[in-house]
Design a binder for this molecule. Structure first.
Ligand SMILES: NC(=O)c1ccc[n+]([C@@H]2O[C@H](COP(=O)([O-])OP(=O)(O)OC[C@H]3O[C@@H](n4cnc5c(N)ncnc54)[C@H](OP(=O)(O)O)[C@@H]3O)[C@@H](O)[C@H]2O)c1
Length: 371
């Protein structure tokens, strides 16, 4: 890396569950430094350490404890070039457009712009080429173009991470997904304890739609400035379970070919993506780990593999209905939110998409500057 100074970034929605995870992951980041944090009017103008209901298992990073919470507006975070958005969806839509219009690279966890035809919806190991779709956007002015990039839904990320190697090797036709989703997925304050403890809630608003729709775009093909959706058919049933972090998915999958189980396992184990080839700071050495044993993966044991960035897969076996079935586990606030978005920001930086920062400055000459 030849960066003289780290790239100043703003975290939007810094008081929430995902915002806190961003600040934790960004604390010692080699390329980015948190220069500003924002929240709602309820919190702005106050010191972060006095305001946040901190819920991470490590202390508030000293570098942000004394920062003042700014309004969620580009003028309030002048000097930053990147905005990592952990905004509630009630605020993210227009706020993220305002930041892009002001020339920011916006990397968002919110649902609002995921399905916009010109907005990349990216899992960096799965569809990095979709970043080129951002060229269709026209935010900002000629001298200060802004861009919006989006991270998929937290369960979709685990789903497509497991499916992408199977699609590449054997062709993907149908998926049946039952999710067991952690309470941290509902943000702060989240699910009331009387609903969460000793219970399962068999409904998460909008979640099944996202799992059924987003894979079409992520696994789709970029052609002539637009995504041709992948035709996979997905049926999802989503449940909230009393787990703090880590979304589990029980999947049955129909593939075009009929590989044996060893071939399926080999496809997952060989899977690597552009983040691994580029050596991006948040890239896990192995995006997928296949676990042996009849009782893996489990959230408490396996959600932190690869610092929370590795997707765990286990219980691969034949399915009498669709062909194969297996269990996937992904850390929802790391890989499924802040960590995934951070990796996406790193990939964008490595491709020269951060205003005023050349690709070579962060990753050396091999990355090139084309998106
Ligand atoms: N939790 C997950 O596992 C997960 C995973 C993937 C994606 N996401 C998505 O990521 C986003 C954040 O999720 P979360 O779980 O962190 O939610 P959260 O805990 O409820 O945090 C929401 C954040 O948005 C801020 N906010 C709310 N209304 C605002 C407004 N009108 N103007 C400016 N800021 C406002 C809040 O600030 P105050 O504290 O001032 O209210 C807070 O910082 C959501 O869009 C969510 O769907 C979450």
């Amino acid at each position: 890396m030849t960066l003289e100074r780290k790239i100043p970034v703003a975290v939007l929605g810094a008081t929430g569950q995902v915002g806190q995870r961003f600040l934790t992951l960004l604390a010692d980041h080699p390329w980015f430094t948190v220069a500003a944090i924002t929240a709602s009017e309820r919190s702005t103008g106050r010191r972060y350490g006095d305001t946040v209901r901190w819920s991470m298992t490590t202390p508030i990073p000293p570098s942000v404890r004394d920062l003042m919470l700014a309004p969620t507006a580009p003028d309030a975070v002048r000097g930053c070039r990147v905005a990592f958005s952990a905004l509630d969806s009630s605020a993210a839509g227009p706020a993220e457009v305002a930041f892009a219009e002001a020339g920011f690279l916006v990397v968002s966890n919110a649902k609002n712009h995921r399905m916009d035809p010109d907005v990349p919806l990216v899992v960096p190991e799965v569809n990095p080429g979709h970043l080129a779709l951002a060229a269709e956007q026209s935010y900002g002015t000629a001298g200060a173009r802004g861009v919006i990039l989006t991270n998929p839904n937290c369960s979709t990320i685990g789903l497509v991470s497991a499916l992408a190697p199977l699609e590449a090797a054997f062709g993907l036709e149908q998926v049946h997904a039952v999710t067991l989703q952690a309470v941290s997925g509902a943000g702060i304050p989240g699910v009331p304890s009387l609903l969460a403890i000793d219970n399962i809630v068999p409904f998460i608003p909008d979640e099944e739609d996202k799992l059924e729709v987003e894979p079409h775009k992520i696994l789709g093909t970029l052609e002539n400035g637009a995504i041709r959706p992948h035709p996979v058919r997905t049926s999802a049933a989503c449940n909230r379970v009393p787990v703090i972090d880590g979304h589990t998915l029980c999947l049955s999958v129909k593939l075009r070919d009929q590989p044996d189980l060893d071939a399926v396992r080999a496809a997952w184990e060989a899977f690597r993506g552009e983040p691994q080839h580029l050596g991006l700071p948040s890239a896990p050495a192995r995006p997928i780990v296949v676990l042996d044993g009849d009782d893996a993966p489990q959230p408490r044991l396996h959600r932190d593999l690869g610092a929370g960035m590795t997707t765990s897969i286990g219980r691969l076996r034949p399915c009498p209905l669709l062909g194969i079935r297996f269990v996937v586990l992904s850390h929802n606030t790391v890989r499924g939110a802040a960590g995934g978005a951070l990796l996406l920001g790193e990939l964008a930086a490595a491709k020269g998409m951060v205003p005023g920062v050349a690709a070579e400055d962060v990753i050396g000459p091999r990355a090139g500057s084309a998106t």
